[in-house]
Design a binder for this molecule. Structure first.
Ligand code: UDP
Length: 404
């Protein structure tokens, strides 16, 4: 298949862990790589967010990344990306024409790019499938962080009805689509997200700690964007409840200049609950370095209020490190409570402390770490890409049936 992936607001090679760049960028990059390996031709379209962005680059076998001008050539606020969508679409059209490009299918990511997919369907009759990654109505129902505007909800409603097929990562998201948006269940395919098993591998714990300048404390690890929905405040409030557990440290990975306000708030909270010396904010870390962090940790904690899927827990488990997480995304199917970590019913500091204490009592040897790792091998991206390709085929068959 010739596949156009549209990700207007988030670049697949952008800095992971910044405010608006995380799991979705990883998803697009990894999925495209696997689809490319399988012989499909993939062009990924995103906006220029830095004047140094090359107009076109080869990312991997059969995968090209194309940057299009849309608004200022800088990182801009998400809603400003929305207002630059007409320019993005205009430049996309021109690029297709200039290069005589034709595609079998469009795969749009996030609500804004779904609107581009809708336009391409209306003008070129190329069927589009969509992955929303997060849903405005669900975020609003949770009520943590900034509310999502009606504009987003209306766009989601429109494209959910209009697109050929929707891919979601969990059964929960499928239910949410039906419940909040009246989506037809028959057009929704559930395909989980994946993990790069070649990158995320266990590293010797002592070596990893030495590399990161960490000593022999018990280490709790958080990895992710610094976003109120991630519940990092509750994780910090968990620390005083662990006081009897000996020396410990919470390492927080993620966040840059644009998350400064949130990071300052978390630092203040750590000072208020008297654990400032036990929290180590590391800022952004390149994904290639993350196996050291996961391997150095005794437990990775995911205290989120909401995850559409949650890649971080998969990455930690692939490195052989247990995970304590709230019951969000697909985590109850990924983490085997009592074996590879623990699922907590909510992210209250008390529940998190209890779970972290119990998981930290068990210090896995290399054999147990390899067993933790193999518990997630079926989420390898090559398996996931096969399922996504099958969803695309279904969409194309449905399209043929619709015009017949
Ligand atoms: N990540 C990273 N460096 C950081 C912080 C995060 O590489 O400093 C990556 C992490 O490895 C994961 C992704 O960002 O692949 C976050 O994905 P997740 O699904 O956990 O969260 P989301 O960003 O989708 O909310």
């Amino acid at each position: 298949m010739k596949i156009a992936i549209i990700s207007a607001h988030s670049c697949p090679v952008g800095d992971l862990g910044t405010r608006d760049t995380g799991g979705m960028s990883v998803y697009i990059r990894e999925l495209a790589r696997e689809l490319g390996k399988k012989g499909h031709a993939i062009d990924i379209f995103t906006r220029i967010h830095d004047p140094a962005d090359p107009r076109m680059e080869n990312l991997s076998q059969n995968v090209r990344l194309i940057h299009l001008k849309a608004g200022r050539e800088a990182k801009i606020q998400k809603m400003d990306v929305y207002f630059s969508l007409p320019e993005f679409t205009f430049n996309l059209e021109n690029f297709w024409k200039e290069n005589n490009l034709k595609y079998d299918i469009v795969f749009s990511h996030y609500w804004m790019s779904a609107l581009v997919g809708k336009y391409l369907w209306e003008t070129h009759r190329i069927p589009y499938i969509t992955m929303f990654h997060t849903l405005g109505a669900v975020k609003n129902a949770i009520g943590i962080g900034e509310g999502e505007p009606e504009l987003r909800l209306a766009s989601e409603r429109e494209t959910i009805q209009d697109c050929r097929r929707i891919i979601v990562a969990t059964e929960q998201e499928k239910e949410d689509l039906v419940r909040y948006y009246d989506a037809s269940a028959g057009k929704i395919g559930v395909v989980p997200c994946g993990v790069n098993m070649e990158l995320f591998k266990p590293v010797d714990k002592a070596e990893a700690r030495q590399k990161l300048g960490l000593t022999d404390e018990k280490i709790l690890l958080f990895v992710g964007r610094i976003d109120p929905l991630k519940g990092i405040d509750n994780l910090i409030k968990t620390l005083p409840l662990l006081k009897n557990e000996g020396k410990f440290k919470l390492v927080v990975v993620g966040g840059d200049e644009n998350s400064r306000e949130e990071l300052e708030g978390l630092k203040k909270l750590a000072a208020d609950v008297d654990v400032m010396n036990s929290v180590d904010f590391r800022g952004l870390v390149k994904q290639e370095q993350l196996p050291y962090f996961y391997s150095a940790a005794d437990v990775c904690v995911v205290p989120s209020y909401y995850e559409s899927f949650g890649l971080v827990p998969l990455e930690s488990l692939a490195c052989g490190t247990p995970v304590v997480a709230t019951d969000v995304g697909d985590l109850k199917h990924i983490i085997k409570s009592g074996e590879t970590g623990c699922i907590v019913s909510d992210n209250s500091p008390e529940k998190l402390a209890e779970a972290v204490t119990s998981v930290m009592q068990f210090s896995p040897d290399i054999e147990s770490r390899l067993a933790i790792r193999s518990s997630v091998s079926r989420w390898a991206w090559s398996n996931i890409a096969k399922q996504v390709a099958a969803e695309m085929q279904t969409a194309l068959e449905q399209q043929l049936a619709a015009v017949a």
